[in-house]
Design a binder for this molecule. Structure first.
Ligand code: NAP
Ligand code: 12T
Length: 343
């Protein structure tokens, strides 16, 4: 098997650092790795397979002067908008983590367990779905194959790491202030908590990303539109996304209406057979997955599978995964693994 020249753009970020670790952990055939970020981080050193690699500044000139087989981008949407076409024009495959390209009809939006057939040699930009979408469709796909899904109602409980390193730092800072006050100050003064719209420590915020004209947030609409593109455009779906003071691991309460009866035990069997899914579901012994159980793990975890007694053919389930792994870096490297089979 040949080795590939791989670029990681946004290498110093919350997602980028996991990307480097995931290329190591899945033993992706890397011949040469190049780490890219902004001028702020150029010259810093990161470690890949025990070797120190210097971070370089991403620029049109850098792209013109260097040859890569593929680049995994997680440097933000505006960077992807600008640079993905420049890489594409050089026939470099781009696996993009931002939301910039996901809904483009010429861009495959891929969860490898579901639709790696959407990849093709001539499509050089490939989109990695939103973290909350990935884990939800991963767990719903086996049910949809058996008894077409008609409708999904979901609420997410999303970790701060989804919003980047600054968000992780902010939760630490707020929490430390409250602890240091001896819990006399549970509601922090100041009213400014960037990058969050409210205090996140000891709170829940029903806003992720910006509001759209229909009063849903952009994060909610990403889940709606991406689920239709990946699973089936006929599915009706509505979502509320909530930020919670968890560092790592998104949790989701999902209600799914199927087109025919599917028993809880059948659903459990289908999920147990699905690659990458782990069912942890035993109310009698209080077994269900939590965000802390998923931290650092590769699987999408499912528990609390139960019949919705208020309506025919409906099931409730609880879906948890590490948002930086299956929700970002793992899924991207799995896409890269499928890609090298066809290029
Ligand atoms: P982050 O921790 O803030 O990291 C941002 C990274 O982008 C850093 O490496 C930063 O480099 C780099 N960057 C910023 N401006 C740049 C520029 N002008 N040129 C080159 N590099 C630049 O953010 P993150 O959480 O890792 O998220 C990064 C991206 O991934 C976002 O687009 C986000 O939407 C996406 N994301 C996707 C998923 C997913 O679903 N699949 C999940 C979470 C996030 P410096 O060190 O130089 O600042
Ligand atoms: N705003 O990949 O804030 O579109 O948690 C993922 C996570 C965007 C994305 C977040 C976001 C994305 C977040």
């Amino acid at each position: 098997m040949r080795n590939y020249k791989v670029g990681v753009a946004g290498a110093t970020g919350a997602v980028g650092r996991e990307m480097i670790k995931m290329l190591e952990r899945l033993d992706f055939p890397v011949g040469e790795i190049r780490l890219l970020a902004s001028s702020r981080s150029a010259g810093k050193k990161l470690v890949f397979k025990g070797r120190e690699i210097e971070v370089e500044e991403l620029s049109p000139e850098w792209i013109a002067a260097n040859d890569l087989d593929m680049v995994i981008m997680s440097a933000g949407g505006s960077i992807s908008e600008k640079y993905a076409p420049i890489f594409r024009d050089k026939k470099v495959y781009v696996i993009d983590n931002s939301s910039a390209w996901r809904m483009d009809k010429d861009v495959p939006l891929v969860v490898p367990e579901i639709n790696s057939a959407a990849l093709s040699k001539d499509k050089h930009i490939i989109a990695n779905p939103n973290c909350s979408t990935i884990q939800m469709v991963h767990a719903l796909a086996p049910l949809h194959r058996k008894a077409l899904i008609k409708r999904i109602i979901a609420v997410t409980f999303q970790a701060v790491s989804g919003a980047g390193q600054k968000a992780i730092d902010e939760l630490e800072k707020e929490t430390a202030r409250i602890v240091e006050s001896g819990f006399t100050e549970k509601k922090l003064p100041g009213g400014d908590f960037p990058p969050f719209p409210r205090q996140i420590a000891f709170n829940c915020i029903p806003q992720i990303d910006v509001f759209m004209e229909n009063a849903f947030t952009k994060e909610e609409m990403k889940m709606v539109n991406e689920t239709k593109k990946i699973l089936d455009p006929r599915i009706d779906i509505s979502v509320t996304c909530v930020r919670v003071p968890v560092f790592r691991g998104h949790s989701e309460a999902v209600n799914v209406e199927l087109s025919e009866e599917l028993s809880v035990s059948e659903a459990r069997k289908l999920l147990e057979k699905e690659p990458g899914i782990k069912v942890i579901d035993d109310p009698a012994s209080l077994k269900y997955p939590t965000a802390l159980d998923a931290d650092g793990e590769l699987e999408t975890f499912v528990g609390r599978i139960r019949k919705d007694e208020s309506r025919a053919n409906c099931l409730w389930m609880w879906i948890v995964s590490d948002n930086l792994l299956k929700g970002a870096a793992l899924n991207a490297v799995q896409i890269a693994q499928k890609l090298i089979d066809i290029i």
